[in-house]
Design a protein around this ligand. Structure first.
Ligand code: SF4
Ligand code: SF4
Length: 437
């Protein structure tokens, strides 16, 4: 039987061989960390410390009163060297706390109750205090996601184990190395939102993870492991839900509208660590990889560690780097500085050598229809991009540009190398700004 999947999409080479069998490594103390005060959807945090203060690992150093936000914690014990704007992976600057680690790594933890006294509200409050956000890159505050309104009850929780971006293997290694924490995390989420059934949706290319989780959940009546096709973008929330439950998220809606909550692997493990051990979110697993890196690795990295330090820890560049990407090659952001810090949403750093990163020269559309065939949102990407090129943003809107999930499949398949995502993001920015005003 073919594994479950969705309509459209594209089969990509996984390119995960360089790191999929390498255990997650800790890295030595960096000389300093730069911790941005805005790492989540919602307004930035205000600093709670001053230059010259000594901070402890896990100490809250930034927060706001806003519900949709998440506090920021120091990732090392040490001295606050500065609070200043610093380059961020999006190309802007963000107010950041610069900490010089003292090497002692004195930690503070959150207070947690006896596990048999846990209540949904207590879980939400711990998750909020721990600063947990969606670690797949969405960075939506997790305590908000765990607070569905009464009129939209959740019946199913899906843990997204697809990791369908080429090169990245951090989730796969975490599924193998932190399996118990992952399963406990799903149970905590089920209890918190009152859902009856939990699913692990995992790509069939991760057979070892499927087997390990199946073995450990064999007696759990309300947990099911669902092997999924390795098609891209299977890890998109709406396509995951369609493949596992056969339900459609409404075009303008969210999974909660159809009784579903999707959480990714790293976030689920972070929930367990916060609720069981009182550990705030101050580190994450990521993959430093690509043919432009000498010794690709899966690393457990403290938030705020600079990219240049991680590249050094992986043996430096292999040849001349052509493109350094934060996230994956399909949806990530190209970087122009190695002085940007790892943040909560950083899943990986992929380096492509110069010969793989040549700038394309787009040519006119030859009407081959391939972009239409692969679009997982059933859009007509060639129409959208033509409208944007002609500055017809309202027409692009009517053609559904805001529904685009920016998966990049159309750009990859197009024989004339049209840079779809650039045009689509341009139009979306204009339309979203108009909506706000
Ligand atoms: S139009 Fe958007 S959703 Fe459709 S293939 Fe292109 S990037 Fe993906
Ligand atoms: S894939 Fe490229 S060339 Fe083919 S229809 Fe789409 S835009 Fe045109």
């Amino acid at each position: 039987m073919r594994p479950r999947t969705f309509e459209g999409g594209i089969y990509l080479l996984g390119r995960k061989e360089a790191t999929q069998n390498k255990p997650i490594e800790d890295i030595p103390l960096p000389p300093e960390v730069v911790i941005p005060l805005h790492q989540h959807v919602g307004p930035p945090c205000d600093p709670l410390v001053q230059k010259g203060d000594r901070v402890l690992a896990g100490q809250k150093i930034g927060d706001t009163d806003t519900f949709i936000s998440a506090p920021i914690h120091a990732s090392f014990s040490g001295e606050v060297k500065a609070i200043e704007p610093h380059p961020y992976f999006t190309g802007t600057e963000v107010l950041s706390v610069v900490v010089v680690p003292d090497g002692v790594q004195e930690e503070v933890r959150l207070e947690v109750p006896d596990q048999d006294k846990l209540t949904p509200d207590r879980v939400r409050s711990i998750v909020r205090e721990a600063g947990i956000v969606g670690l797949s890159g969405t960075v939506f505050p997790t305590h908000v996601k765990l607070s569905p309104p009464k009129e939209r009850p959740i019946d199913s929780v899906i843990i997204n184990g697809c990791e369908c971006e080429p090169y990245l293997t951090g989730d796969y290694r975490s599924m193998l190395e932190s399996t118990e924490s992952l399963i406990v995390g799903l149970k905590i989420i089920l209890m918190t939102v009152g859902a009856k059934k939990g699913y692990f949706g995992i790509g069939v290319d991760k057979a070892e993870a499927i087997k390990r989780i199946e073995d450990l959940t064999a007696r759990e009546q309300n947990i099911e492991v669902v092997p999924l096709d390795t098609k891209y973008p299977q890890g998109s929330e709406r396509h995951l839900i369609k493949a596992i439950l056969g339900r459609e998220v409404p075009r303008d809606g969210v999974p909660m509208d159809i009784g579903v909550l999707v959480q990714n692997v790293a976030t689920t493990i972070a929930i367990t660590q916060a609720v069981r051990e009182g550990k705030p979110l101050m580190e994450r697993v990521l993959t430093v990889t690509g043919p432009g890196i000498k010794n690709p690795k899966n690393l457990k990295v403290k938030i705020g560690t600079l990219v240049k330090y991680l590249i050094e820890r992986c043996g430096g560049f292999e040849g001349e780097p052509g493109k350094i990407i934060f996230g994956g090659v399909m949806r990530g952001e190209a970087q122009f500085s190695l002085d940007v810090p790892v943040v909560k949403g950083s899943q990986g750093i992929v380096v492509l050598p110069k010969e793989m990163a040549e700038i394309s020269s787009p040519r006119p559309c030859v009407r081959c229809g391939r972009c239409v065939k692969v679009c997982p949102m059933s859009l007509i990407p060639t129409f959208i991009v033509t409208y944007v090129m002609e500055d017809k943003i309202d027409e692009a809107n009517a053609a559904g540009v805001l529904e685009c999930i920016e998966c990049g499949a159309c750009g990859l398949i197009c024989p004339t190398e049209i840079p779809f995502i650039q045009y689509i993001r341009f139009a979306k920015n204009i339309l979203l700004k108009e909506r706000k005003t």
